[in-house]
Design a protein around this ligand. Structure first.
Ligand SMILES: Cc1ncc(COP(=O)(O)O)c(C=O)c1O
Length: 326
């Protein structure tokens, strides 16, 4: 069943699936399992490792000697890209954009930014008035003029190639779940590739599981359209039937006042997972996502007989940069 596309091994796969016994008991609803994509291994792990296993071979095929990517200051994507470049002996240039107003010093220097540097990446901060993608393009032209051959990885590694990582993740889940245990998969959705790859995998491997995306930034319609378009582009690339529009479902009630801005619900979710299961969620993605999962249980969106698989997409490397929020 392996997808026949170039892939470089960068992480530990398949990631474990575990039963969250204490939280399930505490919430007194459906059984909750966790897919440990926070344990993919590369540069402290996370969902981007899967995408990079497909993106990096494309960069190498294009004879790139410089990987350029973009993200928020505390981007987990840029940190894992920097680690992938380190292991493959490629230069990495990261353009970071400020999305958090009045960010404390720790946010600007600790967590992922510190690790980006430790993995040897060059960091450039995008001026506030500039669009980060356009700014990265300008820098790439400059570097090309100086003789480099840059390869651009879009925000979050979300394109028709990066998504393949989550089509593969779906294969892992289906191989594990031979008895169709899971009724729902719940995941954080941002740049959209994790969500769209999972939806494409559901269609590709003919699964009936329902995929629930919890938005960390955009409102429902915008996020669903973004994910659906990405899914269509991946299906065109791998030549498979596209999913139905209704296969893409997003809840947008857990973002709070904006991307990366802490919410009370996120903090409770992070603390609950830490104190009940000894697992670290993150403040920007998995924490808000688990807050959504909890709230949907409370609101009886799920039946008590359902079995949920929460995909832990990683991100705990940013916790120290967010200590002030707790
Ligand atoms: C920890 C974590 N979870 C979830 C996501 C969302 O994944 P995607 O950008 O593919 O929607 C990200 C993206 O940066 C992330 O870092």
């Amino acid at each position: 069943m392996n997808l026949k596309f170039d892939r470089i091994s960068l992480g530990h796969f398949p990631t474990p699936i575990e039963y969250l016994q204490n939280i399930t008991k505490h919430l007194n609803g459906p059984k909750i399992y966790i897919k440990r994509d926070d344990c993919t291994g590369l540069g402290t792990g996370g969902n981007k490792t899967r995408k990079l296993e497909f993106l990096m071979p494309d960069a190498i095929k294009n004879k790139a000697d410089l990987i350029v990517t973009v993200g928020a200051i505390q981007s987990n994507h840029t940190r894992q890209t920097a680690a992938a470049c380190a292991v493959l002996g490629l230069k990495c240039l990261i353009v970071l954009e400020q999305r958090l107003a009045d960010a404390p010093n720790a946010y600007m220097t600790s967590g992922n930014v510190f690790l980006d540097k430790l993995f040897g990446a060059e960091i450039i901060f995008c001026p506030n008035k500039k669009d980060v993608k356009e700014y990265a393009e300008e820098i790439m032209i400059e570097r090309k003029n100086k003789g480099a051959n840059p390869y651009y990885i879009p925000v979050g590694g979300s394109n028709h190639i990066g998504e393949l990582g989550y089509v593969e993740c779906m294969r892992e889940i289906i191989q594990y779940d031979k008895d169709n245990l899971f009724t729902h998969i719940v995941l954080a959705t941002g740049s959209g590739g994790t969500h769209s790859g999972t939806v494409v995998g559901k269609t590709y491997f003919k699964s009936n599981v329902k995929i629930v995306g919890i938005s960390v930034k955009d409102e429902k319609n915008i996020q669903e359209e973004k994910v659906f378009k990405l899914a269509q582009s991946a299906c065109k690339y791998i030549k498979c039937e596209p999913p139905q529009r209704e296969d893409v479902l997003v809840f947008d009630g857990y973002v709070g006042s904006g991307y990366g801005v802490p919410t009370e619900g996120m903090k409770e979710a992070v603390k609950l997972m830490a104190t009940k299961e000894g697992i670290l969620l993150d403040p920007v993605y998995s924490g808000k996502c688990f807050n959504g999962l909890q709230d949907l249980i409370l609101k009886k969106y799920f039946k008590d007989t359902d079995k949920l698989l929460f995909i832990h997409t990683g991100g705990a490397a940013s916790l120290h940069a967010y200590e002030w929020a707790f």
